[in-house]
Design a protein around this ligand. Sequence first.
Ligand SMILES: CC(C)(COP(=O)(O)OP(=O)(O)OC[C@H]1O[C@@H](n2cnc3c(N)ncnc32)[C@H](O)[C@@H]1OP(=O)(O)O)[C@@H](O)C(=O)NCCC(=O)NCCS
Length: 199
Amino acid sequence: MASKLILPINNELHLREIEVSDAPAIFHIINTQREYLGKWLPFVAATESWEDTYAFIQSVKDQKVPVVQIVFSIYRDKNLVGLISVLNIDQGNRKAEIGYWISQNEQHQGIVTKSVLAVINYCFTDLMLNRVQIRCGTENLSSRKIPERLGFTLEGVERDSELMSDGHFVDHAVYSLLWIEWMERKDRLLNSSGLYKTL
Ligand SMILES: CC(C)(COP(=O)(O)OP(=O)(O)OC[C@H]1O[C@@H](n2cnc3c(N)ncnc32)[C@H](O)[C@@H]1OP(=O)(O)O)[C@@H](O)C(=O)NCCC(=O)NCCS
């Protein structure tokens, strides 16, 4: 059996490659926080039972090479509190995108910011990517603060980028960070977030 990919963050937090055994915990968060998560994430409405979550995880596990998606569960101690993914991995052009969500009661503590830093480091160091993108609904200000805090460049707005479950489209603010920029900033970012010793 392949070993699990784990990205340590600090004594309390780590990222672990998603496993089918995570399905009940993930579905529980989705099912009890539909309004909060569904406002920005269309898959929430399509997730009706834990079997849907199980099928999603299985589809991630069943990917053939080249892998286009790596999904990590965010763990706080022994509890799964959210997901963070490397999406649309394009090894030909050495680029990918990062997506994330966290349980409502775990917000505003810097957990997603630290998780994004760990995943960026993984993208540039292990996947040897050149460009990492984050896209957020233009009105999703909490999400936009994350790439902005980490020094991503706002490239522009992709109009009607995503169809939400209620039938309306949202515009996406598109942010990117290049490997050369990461090399310039990573010491400062990892130091200020306390991740320097871990990564
Ligand atoms: C958007 C979302 C991911 C943000 O999560 P979060 O945990 O609040 O984000 P962070 O981890 O970066 O936390 C930032 C907040 O923690 C505070 N914070 C506390 N300690 C911190 C630290 N050490 N480092 C960074 N921020 C810290 C920041 O000041 C900031 O506060 P603010 O949001 O009031 O300005 C979360 O609200 C969410 O999952 N929303 C629903 C789904 C969603 O929108 N997903 C994104 C789709 S693009």
